[in-house]
Design a protein around this ligand. Structure first.
Ligand SMILES: NC(=O)c1ccc[n+]([C@@H]2O[C@H](COP(=O)([O-])OP(=O)(O)OC[C@H]3O[C@@H](n4cnc5c(N)ncnc54)[C@H](OP(=O)(O)O)[C@@H]3O)[C@@H](O)[C@H]2O)c1
Length: 178
């Protein structure tokens, strides 16, 4: 069975980016960057939206990239193996799981988070909250205010643990389905 883990970093008011095209590496802590690197090492396959993929090209990673531009499941670039476009509006979920029949890391952005949340596939989630406030930007989820995320997942019987990662106050929150 495929296990889905979602991970993102955000500001204290819940923005995952200051604008589309923003690179979180410009504002995330070293601790979060190490945490993300370890998660990627532990999850051979990652799933993300087209914009996030294009902002972070990496030919060696195994990726499934959501895009409505693709009519069939296909390699994004014929020269790069193990990176596929997938359109959940058209394609079957068991074909997704045939491509990556192991644990999968979900890496944003907003609509990809929404898709996995509402399809009830998330087993585990890591949120890194950096001690920053953005005046606006891209939210973690479309229909849940950031302050309501913990109560929302608690209601769904997730175990929730928090730890502080550094002196600046970066917080890592882990949610695990019981
Ligand atoms: N802080 C963090 O942890 C974190 C994590 C991830 C991303 N980010 C940042 O967030 C920003 C990008 O996020 P974003 O939300 O604007 O874009 P995104 O999710 O990366 O990409 C959006 C695109 O993905 C495709 N897509 C998304 N959901 C889909 C669905 N359900 N079905 C089919 N296609 C779907 C569509 O592609 P088509 O247009 O091709 O149809 C859509 O235009 C960047 O600045 C990135 O660096 C931050």
């Amino acid at each position: 069975m495929t296990i889905y883990t979602l991970a993102f970093a955000c500001s204290q008011n819940g923005f995952i980016a200051r604008h589309s095209g923003d690179n979180p590496y410009e504002w995330t802590s070293k601790d979060d960057q190490i945490h993300l690197k370890n998660l990627i090492k532990d999850h051979e396959w990652q799933v993300m939206g087209r914009i996030t993929h294009e902002l972070n090209p990496n030919e060696t990673r195994k990726r499934i990239v959501f895009s409505r531009s693709c009519k069939e499941i296909k390699l994004i670039d014929k020269k790069i193996k193990n990176q596929y476009f997938f359109n959940p509006d058209l394609h079957q979920w068991n074909d997704f799981e045939k491509l990556c029949n192991q644990n999968v890391l979900i890496l944003g952005g907003t609509k990809v988070h929404d898709f996995f949340l509402y399809s009830d596939l998330i087993e585990s989630m890591y949120i890194t909250v950096e001690p920053l406030e953005f005046s606006g930007g891209i939210p973690a989820f479309s229909y849940i205010n950031f302050k309501d995320i913990i109560p929302f997942f608690r209601e769904k019987d997730f175990l929730i643990n928090e730890k502080i990662l550094n002196k600046k106050g970066t917080k890592l929150i882990h949610f695990k389905k019981i």
